[in-house]
Design a protein around this ligand. Structure first.
Ligand SMILES: [Fe+2]
Ligand SMILES: [Fe+2]
Length: 384
């Protein structure tokens, strides 16, 4: 049985008195440091001070990241309710319950896939909850999107039927990341990449129980229709997590406070951990025994990317292929993009909007998110 627990309903005990006390003590420490004649020592003191107020740029960065994590939490919770398995709160599923056809299809990509989905959802909820609690601990306003959790969700078996912040049932999944990470050209230097697959106007989750039905396939358990939906989800997982990986790396370059940098590097590393798994997972949907196959209901086709062999789509090339960084330097294996223009907060909102995540959302939500994104991108690292 799945336990219904919305990620935004988590109560965070907040002791405001302890924050006030911490802030006053920190202020005193900073003032004392300022009186010292030894300027480098004073700077070191200021940089290790961790409980005072944050500058406006760091607050804007953390608030946008909290917003992005609420978005991730919402979409991953939808995936976990329908396709996840395991007993990781807030996802609690009886291991003896038979798998639904979506879970079977995801298991065809990796038998551990449903567990990974539940774990990814758990991680995102922890990111969102932590960032909001951290903002409050540093005297800043947390992000709350409760009023925007209004979109109708899936009614298929497994879904709690709760309202959602994001849409997963009508997406344009950008699959160019799959080729970008197998290419030696760098998006930050202007390189562009074609789509690995055309996935427009598609659902990444079963919308109703009817999506569990389809033509059976001799090559894998289940049917072509739900397998195509699981394959869309696999490429969407990779799309979301490559975005998170680049966003954190880009935002980290603007952070001033050492503890905020510790947090953005730490969470950003977890986004990269997610991304790597979904690179491998999505590649399993475009090779034997699952591919090639076509879903006659949706019309989606998934070729075998090993046949013919093409390094730009080769499923087993799961690590970032070394890429140009500067013309006079050797190629290097890195995540990319790493610049505001392609991976900043505004770019992330633009990409999520094009993906279809916000179809049905109110203009108020979109304008609030855009404002937060502009503020985050405007942050500049200071005090160096
Ligand atoms: Fe996250
Ligand atoms: Fe993530």
């Amino acid at each position: 049985m799945k336990k219904k627990l919305h990620p935004y309903s988590i109560n965070r005990p907040v002791d405001r008195r302890s924050f006030l006390k911490g802030g006053l003590l920190a202020g005193g420490a900073a003032m004392g440091a300022g009186l010292l004649a030894n300027a480098p020592f004073a700077r070191a003191q200021a940089q290790t001070q961790k409980s005072g107020p944050l500058n406006a740029g760091d607050i804007a960065i953390l608030r946008f990241l909290a917003a992005a994590e609420l978005i991730e939490s919402d979409l991953w919770t939808q995936y976990a309710e329908l396709g996840g398995i395991g007993n990781l709160p807030p996802i609690e599923i009886d291991p003896n319950e038979p798998l639904n056809p979506y879970q079977v299809a995801l298991s065809n990509l990796d038998p551990d896939g449903p567990q990974y989905i539940a774990s990814n959802a758990l991680d995102e909820v922890s990111h969102a909850t932590f960032l909001n609690a951290y903002l409050e601990s540093r005297g800043a306003e947390p992000v709350n999107f409760d009023e925007f959790v209004t979109l109708p969700g899936s009614t298929a078996q497994g879904s709690t039927g709760a309202s959602r912040l994001t849409n997963l049932m009508n997406l344009n999944v950008d699959t160019s990341w799959y080729i970008r990470y197998r290419s030696a050209t760098n998006p930050d230097l202007g390189a562009t990449f074609p789509q690995a697959l055309t996935l427009n106007g598609v659902t990444a989750i079963p919308r109703t129980d009817a999506d569990y039905e389809g033509k059976s396939n001799p090559n894998f358990p289940g049917n072509d229709h739900i397998q195509a939906i699981a394959n869309v989800a696999a490429f969407h997982f990779g799309y979301i997590e490559q975005g998170g990986s680049s966003l954190y790396a880009t935002m980290s370059q603007k952070v001033t406070d050492p503890e905020v940098l510790e947090i953005t590097l730490g969470i950003g590393g977890d986004e990269i951990a997610h991304f790597l798994e979904w690179v491998d997972f999505s590649g399993n949907g475009v090779q034997a025994p699952v591919a090639p196959f076509a879903d006659p209901i949706s019309g989606l086709k998934f070729p075998n990317f090993f046949n013919p062999l093409n390094p730009l789509v080769q499923p087993s090339l799961i690590f970032p292929v070394p890429v140009e960084f500067k013309p006079n330097l050797p190629r290097v294996s890195i995540i990319r993009p790493l610049t505001d223009k392609f991976a900043g907060a505004v770019a992330t909102v633009k990409s999520f909007t094009a993906d279809g995540l916000f179809i049905g959302q109110s203009p108020k939500f979109l304008s609030l998110l855009q404002t937060m994104a502009v503020e985050a991108d405007s942050a500049v690292r200071s005090g160096q």
